[in-house]
Design a protein around this ligand. Structure first.
Ligand code: GLN
Length: 533
């Protein structure tokens, strides 16, 4: 196509309006037209990456194939576009400053005073263009975290201002705002949008497209009014109304010609409207499914919608491909006991034992693993969940009541889950786990193989502890098989109990690689087993 085009997505009025979904939807529509697209997220916080953040702060920590601990929006980008993102797709203010300070220490700035403008903004601009320059993308969509008006967003908005000036038609700004409905007055209000656009304009950035989040349909006269007050063309004011699933948003945007508006504004031909066939087929199956599959999520962040985002999306995609509707029951592991486990898990079709760190709620996970093993309920243990499955097995089948992970008891005499050798000397917590995609070889005689239908797989990891190979033989002799192993390190990556319907634990996180058009085989086979229960 020639030069890379840059689309910036900013947000106003309130946070959590779904910039990630809008960015992904725009990306999807452009990709469907044959363009090479990537999406990146710039987060204004000071942390180097979200890897050390508590899920209460920012929800799930997503992991890229190259081992970057990333914002959960990268999960949306991958699920919508079917692309793989990398470390370069997620930048924080901390990274920007670190890189500038490192350069300063090296003497790269030749004695100059280092300032937000131009040094920080130059570093932001360099990062905006990095992927476009390196991989020759047709479009690079850059989502700016936070809300216009935040102090910490200022250097990013200033960088957008400069880039729009430098790149002309090759840069465009999509601003997402919110149009509240005042029930008492029975009216939709555009004033917050007007103020938010004014705030952007005061920083020298004129949005080219406005996407208005709303719970009610916005009529033409309201859109015209917004266009008039905000210096935006009428056709460039679109609504993003609440949808039954986030995967409908690309179609809702396409109906309003958002992709065409963007192409025209960037001087590109519009050509034929892509029909998005497989995507529509997925949505059709999703809306036609009526039978429910009930899955319990046993974890400690159950009150947080975003903490297990990728797991939820993977389960719901798999339910769709099994023509079922997903019903999630959140089970707080801290409150799960031998006394109430039957009431909490007895009626569900399948149980996911969630990943996590630290000992809070851990005993409840053992209770869940024991109950589902004894009652043959399809069970999927992911990362810490796999470790819990193994520990429970050691406690109640191998007869080691004190079996544990050294994460929870450093002195446990039966360290079923041990600290990895290369982790022992590590003191810095940021970015030092076993991270990213590693190879795993699957035993052909296993349920895991039946799901994957291939021996060599690559899956993403994020953990410090591992299955202790000293116990492997005892596990296998007693019915829990180590069916997936890393060929280089010999680390156990998948365990399963073949005698049960579906009882599998993975040390890796399959949820990071399940996409709308390429759902993950393990989730598909887990849901299938759950339906059969
Ligand atoms: N806390 C465990 C470990 O570090 C599991 C991590 C996880 O579930 N992501 O090994």
């Amino acid at each position: 196509m020639g030069e890379t085009k840059y689309i910036f997505v900013t947000g106003g009025v309130a946070s959590s309006l779904g910039k990630g979904i809008i960015s992904s939807s725009i990306g999807k529509l452009l990709q469907a037209r044959g363009y090479k697209v990537t999406i990146q997220k710039f987060d204004p916080y000071i942390n180097i990456d979200p890897g050390t953040l508590n899920p209460y702060e920012h929800g799930e920590c997503y992991v890229t194939v190259d081992g970057h601990e990333a914002d959960l929006d990268l999960g949306h980008y991958e699920r919508f576009l079917g692309i793989q993102t990398t470390k370069a797709n997620n930048i924080t203010t901390g990274r920007i400053y670190k890189s500038v300070i490192d350069k300063e220490r090296r003497g790269d700035f030749l004695g100059k005073t280092i300032q937000v403008i131009p040094h920080i903004t130059d570093e932001i601009k360099r990062n905006v263009k990095l992927l476009g320059n390196k991989y020759k993308f047709d479009f690079v969509i850059t989502e700016i975290g936070g809300t216009v008006g935040d102090i910490e967003s200022l250097p990013y908005l200033e960088s957008i201002r400069q880039l729009k000036w430098e790149l002309g038609q090759n840069a465009l700004c999509v601003h997402l705002t919110y149009v509240p409905f005042l029930a008492a007055a029975g009216e939709l209000k555009t004033k917050p949008t007007q103020h938010s656009v004014k705030e952007l304009q005061s920083l020298g950035v004129q949005p080219d497209v406005l996407v208005l989040r709303t719970e009610h349909n916005l009529n033409m006269s309201l859109r015209k009014k917004v266009a008039l007050f905000c210096n935006v063309a009428e056709e460039a004011v679109v609504q993003s109304i609440d949808a039954s699933t986030i995967y409908e948003v690309p179609l809702l945007m396409q109906e309003q010609g958002l992709d065409e508006t963007i192409l025209k504004k960037m001087g590109l031909p519009t050509g034929e409207k892509p029909n998005l066939e497989p995507w529509k087929e997925f949505l059709k199956r999703r809306s036609q499914a009526t039978d429910e599959v009930k899955i319990a999520l046993v974890g400690k962040y159950v009150e947080l919608q975003d903490a297990y985002k990728s797991i939820l999306e993977s389960l719901s995609q798999a339910a769709t491909y099994n023509d079922h509707k997903l019903k999630i029951e959140y089970v707080q592991s801290e409150q799960l006991t031998e006394a109430n486990v039957d009431e909490k898990l007895g009626h569900v079709n399948g149980v996911v034992i969630c990943p996590g760190f630290g000992s809070r709620g851990i005993e409840g996970k053992f209770v869940a693993a024991k109950y589902t093993r004894e009652h043959d309920i399809p069970t999927f243990g992911i990362c810490l969940g796999m470790q819990c499955i193994a520990i429970e097995f050691a406690r109640n089948v191998l007869g080691y009541p004190d079996a544990n992970s050294v994460e929870f008891n450093e002195k446990t005499p039966h360290n079923i889950i041990d600290i990895m050798e290369e982790q022992k000397a590590i003191t810095n917590m940021g970015g030092t786990m076993r991270l990213g995609a590693f190879e795993c070889i699957i035993n052909k005689n296993s349920k895991a193989y039946q799901a994957y239908k291939q021996e060599h797989i690559q899956e993403r990891h994020r953990h410090r502890y591992e299955f202790n190979n000293d116990y492997r033989k005892q596990f296998e002799d007693n019915g829990m098989k180590c069916v997936g192993v890393n060929p280089e390190s010999d680390l156990v990556e998948i365990v399963e109990i073949p005698a049960l319907k579906w009882y599998i634990g993975t040390q890796f996180h399959p949820e990071y690689s399940s996409t709308v058009l390429n759902p993950h085989p393990l989730f598909i086979s887990f849901i299938k087993a759950a339906i059969g229960k």
